[in-house]
Design a protein around this ligand. Structure first.
Ligand code: UD1
Ligand code: CA
Length: 454
């Protein structure tokens, strides 16, 4: 939108969150609160300013492509905006002010709000909503359908004012010169001894300036976060919305209530997500796949028609098409599975590649291994990759057969189509197409029991 700057307030102490971390860095729906707000704000303007103060270094390290403004002491929301006065000097356009802790607000709503402000010819406008439970929010005192006379903070409100259910979202549009002229006049004679940005609204309205109030229909959008309880409530809304948007795009989610999917996850059409599944980060899942209950997938790629059975943990891994994984498999640190591979019960795969058609169906540990195509890994096979100091690689070439309960002591290479006899401890390379047996020979002592009894 033309001639609009965005000013985001993120300097507050967030006392109610009880945290070592800045509130705007808390996560909901898979992103930091400030990331949600920034993503939305960028739809309106590229000129974004962020006021930082409490734990400023944390916030500065977490975001980029914005202009930071330092609020040295945290003396309230009005004081926070005032910190931007110098940066804004000479700027005669409008400024959209929003807090960093209202992450559900949508770009379309903000656009409609800014249009309302322009078309109504207001010098200041506030975005409001009717809340079921307005506890803790500033209340909107109006004198007609479009205009406000003041905003009263919950802590400063009389019982009469507390009955008002229309709340201040803390999102405003101001004509910038008017904003900064008014800010220098506000006082901190209130319950918290803070300089309230809300007082600018009352001040302007008192001087017969036109102050607009734009009420949103979906109250959910303006939910602010001050406590862990509110963080959980907002997270829940985001999860619901993510499931709704995936379902609208053709993904089956059998129980959205217990399904946790982060904002940036992508899932293809006709894939089925069963109850109690968690899919996080930048995970991408293809079409016609199935993710069964109690699996957690983070920052991974899952190909089309792949089935992840119950209880799997898949982190930073890339899985091909038509693969079957689990139940109870653990893939991590860049594990890759080729198309049609099969990984079964209680198999752990760390930093290893399995080629197309390779199978490891039961109870195995494969670490730092490069495994070719159509390899069979028997039950209980272990790559002994760690000597107590260093990690070593194992290579298993195409078509090899590694018998049950074998240990491959790395570094070691198993040649193409080679066989490892069950129960072997392999310490030396095995040439292609050969059989390796590395175990003690069996001795049968006939009659041994009878002899002992005597
Ligand atoms: C504020 C509003 C309240 C509104 C509510 C909506 C005021 C006085 N009150 O209350 O009317 O209903 O938001 O969610 O404005 N901040 C700074 N510096 C400061 C203080 C705060 O940058 O010195 C930032 C915070 O980091 C936060 C935002 O301003 O992002 C709002 O502050 P917060 O303390 O959360 O205000 P509320 O009590 O929620
Ligand atoms: Ca707040």
């Amino acid at each position: 939108m033309q001639n609009l700057r965005v000013l985001i307030l993120a300097a507050g102490k967030s006392t109610r969150m009880k945290s070592k971390y800045a509130k705007v860095l808390q996560r909901a729906g898979g992103r930091r609160l400030i990331e949600h707000v920034l993503t939305t704000a960028r739809n309106l303007s590229p000129d974004i300013f962020v006021v930082v103060g409490h734990l400023a270094d944390q916030v500065k390290a977490a975001i980029s492509e914005v202009t930071f403004i330092d609020q040295k002491e945290q003396l309230g929301t009005g004081h926070a905006v005032l910190a931007a006065r110098e940066t804004f000097s000479g700027y005669a356009g409008d400024v959209l002010v929003m807090p960093g802790d209202v992450p559900l607000i949508e770009a379309a709503t903000l656009e409609a709000f800014v249009r309302f402000h322009h078309e109504g010819g207001f010098c200041a406008s506030v975005l409001t909503a009717d809340l079921e439970n307005p506890h803790g929010y500033g209340r909107i005192v109006r004198h007609n359908a479009n205009e406000v006379s003041s905003i009263v903070e919950h802590r400063d409100a009389t019982p009469e004012i507390l009955k008002i259910r229309e709340i201040n979202s803390s999102i405003y549009v101001f004509h910038a010169p008017v904003l900064f002229e008014s800010l220098v006049k506000i006082r901190n004679n209130n319950a918290q001894h803070e300089y309230y940005l809300t007082d600018v609204i009352g001040l302007l309205a008192g001087r017969k300036q036109k102050v607009g109030a734009f009420k949103v229909h979906s109250a959910e959008e303006v939910l602010g976060i001050n406590t862990r309880q509110e963080l959980a409530a907002v997270d829940r809304v985001m999860r619901r919305k993510k499931c709704e948007s995936l379902m609208a795009d053709g993904v089956t989610i059998t129980d959205p209530e217990t399904t946790y999917i982060d904002a940036d996850v992508q899932i293809g059409m006709d894939t089925v997500i069963y109850p109690s599944v968690q899919i996080y980060g930048h995970t991408v899942i293809g079409e016609d796949a199935a993710i069964h209950s109690f699996s957690r997938i983070l920052d991974s790629k899952i190909g089309s028609r792949t089935v992840v059975l119950e209880g799997c943990v898949i982190v930073d891994s890339a899985i091909g098409e038509d693969v079957s994984i689990g139940p109870y498999a653990h893939l991590r640190m860049g594990a890759t599975l080729g198309d049609s591979a099969k990984v079964g019960n209680f198999v752990e795969i760390k930093k290893s590649a399995l080629g197309a058609g390779t199978k490891s169906m039961h109870l195995a540990y494969l670490g730092d291994a490069t495994i070719g195509k159509n390899v069979n890994i028997g039950a209980g096979v272990i790559t002994c990759n760690y000597d107590g100091v260093n990690k070593h690689p194992t290579v298993i070439e195409d078509g090899a057969f590694v018998g049950t309960d074998s240990q491959l002591i790395a570094p070691v290479r198993i040649g193409k189509d080679a066989y490892i006899a069950a129960g072997s401890s392999i310490t030396e390379d095995v040439p292609p197409e050969s059989l390796a047996i590395a175990r003690g020979r069996q001795v049968n002592k006939e009659g041994w029991v009878r002899t002992r009894k005597k």
